[in-house]
Design a protein around this ligand. Sequence first.
Ligand SMILES: NC(=O)c1ccc[n+]([C@@H]2O[C@H](COP(=O)([O-])OP(=O)(O)OC[C@H]3O[C@@H](n4cnc5c(N)ncnc54)[C@H](OP(=O)(O)O)[C@@H]3O)[C@@H](O)[C@H]2O)c1
Length: 323
Amino acid sequence: MFKQHFFTLYNGNKIPGPSTIGSGSIYFKHDEKDYNPNLTAFLVRSFKDLKGIIHIDNAACYKTYPEMADALKENFEKGYKTRKEIWFTDKFDSRGARDADPIINVNETLKKLNLEYIDLYLIHHPILNETITKDIVAIWKDCITLLEEGKVKNIGVSNFSVNDIENLIKETGFKPVVNQIEWNPFLFNQSPGIYRYCQDNDIVIEAYGPLSPLVSQINGSDTTEEGKTFKVYLDELASKYNVTDTVILLAYTISMNVLPVTTSTKFARIEDAQNFVNDHPELALTKEEIKKITDLGLKHPTERRYRGFTDHYTQFENESQKL
Ligand SMILES: NC(=O)c1ccc[n+]([C@@H]2O[C@H](COP(=O)([O-])OP(=O)(O)OC[C@H]3O[C@@H](n4cnc5c(N)ncnc54)[C@H](OP(=O)(O)O)[C@@H]3O)[C@@H](O)[C@H]2O)c1
């Protein structure tokens, strides 16, 4: 029985989770002109064949608007998904050029994609490229304006620390609905105390890199004993529930009240991730299993897959594996 899974934002809106199509990481490119037909085809296939709401995680800096535009056009022409069956997240390019400006950028994006609104708009990073003329508070105020105009339905942040979020609230009185951060059992706190702060303040955490503990085992980059022990336990649970390791990690993420943002180049993996929560809402790990995953994760040294992009956070290495 298909039943769409949602997280509820503090404003009452419901956001479908997990997000199974991240157009960053494996699809990231430096120039819109480097068109990737595989991404377009992947999106179209997802619209056509996946059940439920397709939650796409996009960003201006991924340079994927041309593929998005073509896939959305084909989708609407062929009548696969309605607009309400697509959740489109986009992000302000904090590392962008001098003219990066939320209001100008969102208006251009809506035109490029032939959409009337963006479901969720995030400030990609609190540290702005020094060539951007507006400061972070002015950018957040622009996001609020876009919300009031209905061009975006929800606004949030990404890679923000507790202080970064408190600053926005102090200056504008407006709290983000979401903070998208790198998060998994080997990285519970991208910055000090951010997991608990978001949970306590009703800000939904979206996890990018939720599969890192698995990916680093499979590609051999994690040679620690703790990593191996963790994988053995994942395998044990996967076999108990007759699902993949991916599903166990995603189910764990959701059990920790965190919305996973995952992606793959392989359709079967996307289908697996999209279907599991919705088709199997009864797949609930026991309290003991959740605790054991947490405990094994905490024993593992901090692991950051996105060190280059977020090198700012390596200063918090000793505080990241605490809950
Ligand atoms: N806000 C930010 O600053 C930020 C930063 C980074 C990422 N993001 C967003 O988050 C999205 C997801 O990030 P992520 O790529 O780190 O997510 P992830 O879900 O942790 O990792 C995805 C990777 O896992 C591999 N994978 C999936 N299932 C697997 C399996 N069963 N066995 C082995 N490998 C498997 C995929 O490879 P295959 O293709 O081979 O399946 C893919 O390379 C990005 O696309 C982007 O939209 C945001």
